[in-house]
Design a protein around this ligand. Structure first.
Ligand code: MRU
Length: 335
């Protein structure tokens, strides 16, 4: 069976692959209201920074249609668009692309839809360029391989459209015969690595091994990876990186092991307005995601969904336009 599109605009509705159902069920959501879109984003049916940006862009088009259908006034439309932007706080792509498309609202529905579709299109195109450039960086840094690459969370087409970011880099290495295998963190508590990355790697026929998050840094210390490559939800102006919780430990381990730690992102994930990692809002999610089913009833959790990796631990950030290596962040402070 052909896999449906990760995200699409069809007849004035959003269609999205429900990422909470994968890998066991392939289910498509048809989203017609702002409320349904916000719910899909908050429960992570639609997720991953670049896809959040694209979904936010389509969400503005959805809101404009709903405003016409339901007779909303201007302030109500603005408030509904803001709800989309605020659905998740850490990935800057969401609020950035919502703002880009919302700026076109005075030009009317057709202009808004065209702007939203343009976001979809450049998000897809950027992923191929990021993949190609990231693979070239790893070949330069590590030699021709075949390389063993460690990754975290899910950064493939499910999260980014196209080939993805970090997983796109891995795919580009594979296509060029430069990949030995991928080590995939399971990515507690919602298991994006186990459920989604392993599913994507299976479909691509790419050799991989799934490991517990806690094992990752140790496996790197034992020489089981030649490089670590991850995506990001936001890169601050000084180069600090917010990504799925567990990333920081991999960066520390890569630093100690002397292997490259590459962050692959579209330009839209770099947030010049956020000076450093301390200013990035970290999403705190429900306790139950961590406590159920294993902990005693009533156990409280600290469910930080993301962590911050200081710029000093990042070997390079690759985007569709540039390769930013340590020391090239204009605003970078001496630590
Ligand atoms: O909570 P999620 O699943 O949306 O988190 C996703 C990640 O942390 C990804 O690594 C990040 O968005 C980069 S996707 C290219």
């Amino acid at each position: 069976m052909d896999t449906p599109d990760v995200l699409a605009w069809r007849d004035g509705h959003i269609e999205a692959l429900d990422q909470t159902a994968l890998p066991h069920q392939v289910r498509v959501l048809r989203i017609s209201t702002v409320e349904a879109l916000v719910a899909a984003i908050t429960r992570l049916a639609v997720r991953g920074a670049p896809v959040l940006g694209a979904a936010g862009a389509l969400g503005v088009a959805l809101a404009v249609r709903q405003a016409r259908r339901e007779g909303w006034d201007g302030p109500r439309l603005d408030a509904e668009i803001q709800r989309i932007a605020d659905a998740r706080p850490t990935a800057v792509n969401l609020r950035r692309e919502v703002a880009v498309v919302a700026a076109r609202v005075p030009e009317g529905e057709a202009a808004v839809e065209a702007a939203a579709l343009a976001v979809m299109s450049f998000t897809t195109t950027a992923s191929y360029e990021i993949s190609r450039r990231g693979a070239a960086y790893l070949r330069d840094a590590c030699g021709p391989g075949p390389l063993r690459v460690h990754t975290h969370c899910n950064t493939g087409s499910l999260a980014c459209l196209g080939w993805g970011t970090a997983l796109g880099v891995i795919r580009a290495l594979h296509e060029a015969g430069g990949l030995s295998r991928v080590i995939v963190d399971e990515t507690r508590p919602l298991l994006q690595g186990a459920r989604l990355t392993c599913w994507e790697l299976d479909q691509l026929d790419i050799e991989h091994r799934l490991v517990c998050d806690g094992a990752g840094p140790f496996l790197i210390s034992q020489g089981l990876a030649d490089a670590v490559v991850v995506g990001a939800d936001r890169v601050a102006a000084n180069g600090d990186v917010a990504n799925k919780v567990g990333t920081y430990g991999l960066a520390l381990a890569a630093h100690w092991a002397g292997i490259p730690f590459l962050v692959a992102v579209p330009e839209s994930t770099i947030d010049e307005a956020t000076p450093d990692g301390a200013a990035i809002p970290i999403e705190l999610r429900a306790d139950e995601e961590v406590t159920v089913p294993a902990a005693p009833v009533g156990t409280k959790a600290l469910n930080y969904a993301f962590d911050i990796t200081p710029a000093d631990l990042v070997s390079a950030v690759v985007t569709e336009k540039r390769l930013i290596q340590n020391g090239q962040w204009l605003t970078r402070q001496a630590r």
